[in-house]
Write a protein that binds this ligand. Structure first.
Ligand SMILES: [Zn+2]
Length: 182
């Protein structure tokens, strides 16, 4: 697809679905409190300025939170749909520069976003369990690190793993956001 076809892509993305994606990705087993981990959570209306951003109240600790609380997606100046597209493009292995072109953003903004997505969102998602359909692409396995984790860390092993997790997460979002039409 030519770049020009994608220029206004973010304008075509459905905000409601983006928030639904975040919820699904973040709480696959049902909403739980980011503070105390309790599942005794009730819905508490929507954000004042973002009509699809669900708010919640925890019955266990009386804490309040919403769909984005505690994620890198909270309090950022980019709308959620731009983050979702960014994650999608990361899953396609586009460079920061390419993503910036597609989204009409500064490359430096995109670099900050992809760094945050790799660190923040991935770090806050629960460990992935491989059940059912499994999609693996470009897995980088750090070999020969038996007994030498420090040496591996120095060579960037943890970075490689984090990047793989980011791509995996992106692939899952991609699948969720584009269910097969057949
Ligand atoms: Zn709580």
């Amino acid at each position: 697809m030519a770049a020009s076809d994608l220029i206004n892509l973010s304008g075509l993305i459905d905000d409601a679905k983006c928030f639904a994606l975040v919820r699904q990705h973040r709480w696959p087993e049902g909403t739980c409190c980011p503070v105390c981990d309790s599942g005794a959570v009730i819905r508490d209306g929507y954000d004042d300025t973002q009509p699809y951003r669900q708010r919640y109240r925890c019955k266990a600790c009386a804490g309040r939170f919403d769909d984005l609380t505690g994620t890198v997606l909270a309090g950022h100046h980019q709308p959620l749909r731009v983050w979702v597209l960014c994650l999608y493009f990361m899953g396609l292995n586009l460079s920061n520069r390419q993503i910036a072109l597609e989204l009409g953003l500064d490359a430096s903004d995109v670099q900050a976003m992809t760094e945050q997505l790799r660190r923040g969102l991935v770090a806050k998602t629960p460990p992935v369990e491989l059940t059912g359909e499994v999609e693996v692409d470009e897995v980088y396995v750090v070999a020969g690190h038996k007994g030498q984790p420090a040496a591996v860390a120095k060579r960037g092993g943890s970075d490689a793993i984090a990047s793989w997790q980011a791509r995996r997460a992106a692939a899952r979002w991609r699948r969720t956001s584009h269910p097969s039409s057949g």
